[in-house]
Design a protein around this ligand. Structure first.
Ligand code: ATP
Ligand code: MG
Length: 679
């Protein structure tokens, strides 16, 4: 089950469980974080890291970092190094560093023990035959003809598998459990297979490799892990986890599963992230748009913001979808506290103050409005400045408080100016503004008390420092990438996820020795957003990444607003829309979605149609809709949604932004019947 969570004040059931254990005087807390080194860590891993390391810290226990490197074909040392760097950056330290590959000999000996107990056998069917023999959900498995091999034969074959006497696929070692159980994981799962692939740590020592489901519980046991915390998809593997521990008679580690993190507008699987890297759709694993910790670090996220987010979303037993806005919100809170403010003009437009003398004045401006500890800096002011192009409109709307012909604005920390002349090039583009200033307004307000609402940021042209600015947006254009039928997640990428501004103008403070370093490379550009220095910076030119804007991106209205009335249409056009009367037979909230109600509507067709409507906010109890006669657009192309097919649309009305009600007919003797046409 999935539900979208935007509030995010959740508990942590694993913590509660440990508290209860401790109260009962049980068990030290020993956890581990077990990444497979086949990609970079992402924000989902951050959640697991905060759970594993965080709980160990909280209860005075230990947390190991263990690389689950049992699959030599997908693993790489680059990832091993990157993973360690990312965990340290997040603020955690492992008690011990281990590799599952360090246990290969022990795991082998435990497998021999299983064979001796009659709990494992060498199977010589091909992998395809094994799959066939194993059956499926509807069909019981049947035993392999090799299942009853003698212990001695099994021991001999297994030893020779290890020596490299057989080609890949000739034999496997399988657990002897139960071929008829419903849990497929328990139908004599594979424990070992032959692979002639060199391993990044053990080289060519081994040509048989243990399967994850076997290596993982026993590695936990070897390290005496008390709480082996993993994600929900391993729930159905737990019986095998427990079996392996019981039958090899090792330390009784306990597996606990929690819901993995899913974020809107984000894909998280390493497999998918690797595709984007390999196809060059991003600049690498640390592209600032990537949900990897390396990417987020480069984007300007702080470890504190990520840890606070992980705490806020909690740890639960059911899958949920977290609004990426929640992550951004916490980031803003954190950056607001820590970032000094400076002025930077992204799209410079030259402003000449005609009546300002040929001199330079130096203003003293605080670096942080709420925290004087940041100190202040000097900002030069002169006759020629840059303001942002977006802060000028030649033909402004009514509620425009920024620059426009004959309008007066405040320049931050400086004075009031009025625009007197607009200079354009041959093509009619505005290239320069001329203004006059009010000398009595130095400091920002006029002695006569006249109201000036707009305040603009600016930089002095002669003193400005050019820089490159990279504006990032979400990497995906849709809320749930990869869930649209018939579409690859790659087709759902946001084509405007990065905009590069090669020549923005910064205030000279940013070029002062040590200024950027003192701020940890992070600033708020006033009125623009939070930015950090990118590693592509050169001594000649800095590169700034936008970490996040000052405000959340405007959200799509929950209900399509009747924006402008459409152009007139003819009566024939109306005929193309087939409006019918329907009776609602069932109505229920879609638990996985925040806004949707699922209706089953009778249109007199001898079956019910499933229709989703986004009006949940206005129907706290959707049951009131049952029995209502509604208006259905009956010939709308059915739409495949994540939760099923939506076969039509139910008409509703209401003022923009206000409550919407579904249009209904009063119940009466002569009320229209299901399927009746509406004309
Ligand atoms: P992916 O599917 O992204 O490749 P994975 O589960 O294969 O991830 P591992 O390296 O095996 O990645 O994971 C290490 C640990 O991180 C595991 O315990 C796993 O359960 C956890 N983990 C992975 N993804 C998430 C997530 N989205 N939310 C929470 N924990 C996660
Ligand atoms: Mg994995």
């Amino acid at each position: 089950m999935t539900s979208k969570d935007t509030t995010g004040d959740a508990g942590n059931f694993v913590r509660e469980l440990i508290v209860a254990d401790q109260a009962a005087g049980k068990r030290k807390v020993a956890t581990r974080f077990p990444p497979e080194p086949n990609g970079y860590l992402h924000i989902g891993h951050a959640k697991a890291i905060c759970v594993d390391f965080g709980l160990a810290q909280e209860f005075g226990g230990t947390c190991n970092l263990r690389f689950d490197d049992t699959n030599p074909t997908t693993e790489d040392v680059e990832y091993v190094d990157a993973i360690q760097e990312d965990i340290r950056w997040l603020g955690f330290n492992w008690s011990n560093l281990h590799y599952a590959s360090d246990y290969f000999e022990q795991l082998y000996q435990l497998a021999v023990k299983l064979i001796k107990k009659g709990k494992a056998y060498v199977d010589s069917l091909s992998e395809e035959e094994i799959r066939e023999y194993r059956g499926d959900f509807y069909k019981k498995g049947k035993p392999s003809p090799y299942r009853e091999r003698s212990v001695d034969e099994n021991l001999d074959l297994f030893a020779r598998m290890r020596k490299g006497e057989f080609p890949e696929g000739a034999h496997v070692l399988r657990a002897k459990i139960d071929l008829e159980t419903q849990n497929m994981n328990m139908r004599d799962p594979l424990l070992y297979r032959i692979r002639y692939a060199p391993h990044h740590r053990t080289g060519k020592t081994w040509c048989i490799y243990p399967m994850y489901d076997y290596a993982h519980p026993l590695s936990d046991a070897i390290e005496e892990i008390t709480y082996s915390i993993c994600t929900l998809e391993f729930e159905s593997h737990r019986p095998l986890y427990d079996w392996a521990i019981r039958e090899t008679e090792v330390f009784p580690s306990r597996q606990i599963e929690f819901a993995r993190l899913n974020l809107t507008y984000t894909v998280m699987s390493k497999r998918l992230l690797l595709q984007m890297v390999n196809k060059g759709l991003v600049s690498g694993w640390d592209d600032p748009r990537m949900p990897t910790l390396a990417g987020m670090r480069r984007r300007g996220f702080t470890p504190e913001a990520i840890r606070a987010f992980c705490e806020r979303i909690g740890v639960a037993k059911t899958d949920s979808m977290i609004d990426v806005g929640l992550l951004e919100h916490g980031l803003r809170e954190d950056l607001n506290r820590r970032c000094p403010r400076v002025m930077a003009v992204l799209h410079p437009l030259k402003v000449v103050i005609d009546n300002f003398p040929e001199e330079v004045r130096h203003l003293d401006a605080p670096l942080h409005p709420e925290d004087p500890a940041h100190g202040s800096r000097k900002v030069p002011f002169s006759r020629v400045l840059y303001v942002d192009r977006d802060d000028f409109r030649e033909d402004p709307p009514k509620d425009w408080f920024r620059l426009a012909p004959e309008r007066e604005v405040r320049l931050r920390y400086a004075c009031l100016i009025r625009c007197t002349e607009v200079i354009k090039d041959a093509k009619g583009a505005v290239v320069e503004l001329h203004c006059t200033w009010d000398p009595a307004s130095w400091g920002g307000s006029a002695p006569d008390g006249r109201k000036v609402l707009g305040t603009l940021h600016w930089v002095s042209a002669a003193h400005a420092v050019p820089a490159e600015v990279r504006l990032y947006d979400r990497l995906f254009a849709v809320e749930n990438p990869g869930t649209t039928e018939g579409k690859s997640f790659l087709e759902e990428m946001n084509p405007h996820s990065v905009e590069v501004i090669p020549s923005a103008q910064m205030e000279p403070y940013l070029a002062e020795d040590g200024a950027v370093e003192k701020a940890g490379g992070r600033f708020q550009f006033e009125r623009v957003g939070y930015f950090c220095v990118d590693r592509d910076s050169t001594p000649a030119k800095r590169v700034w990444n936008r970490t996040v804007g000052l405000k959340p991106a405007a959200k799509a209205a929950p209900i399509a607003a009747p924006a402008a009335p459409p152009a007139e249409i003819g009566i024939d056009d109306l005929g193309r829309i087939d409006l019918r009367v329907g009776i609602v037979r069932e109505a229920a909230n879609v638990p996985e979605a925040q806004k949707l109600i699922r209706l089953m509507v009778d249109l007199g067709e001898g079956r019910l149609r499933q229709i989703f409507t986004g009006l949940r906010a206005y129907y706290p109890d959707p049951a009131v809709l049952v029995g209502q006669r509604v208006v259905v657009v009956a010939n709308l192309k059915p739409r495949q949604m994540k939760f099923g097919l939506s076969e039509g649309m139910v008409l509703a009305g209401g003022a923009e932004g206000a409550a919407h009600k579904i249009v209904t007919f009063a119940d009466a003797e002569d009320a229209p019947k299901p399927g009746d046409k509406i004309t």
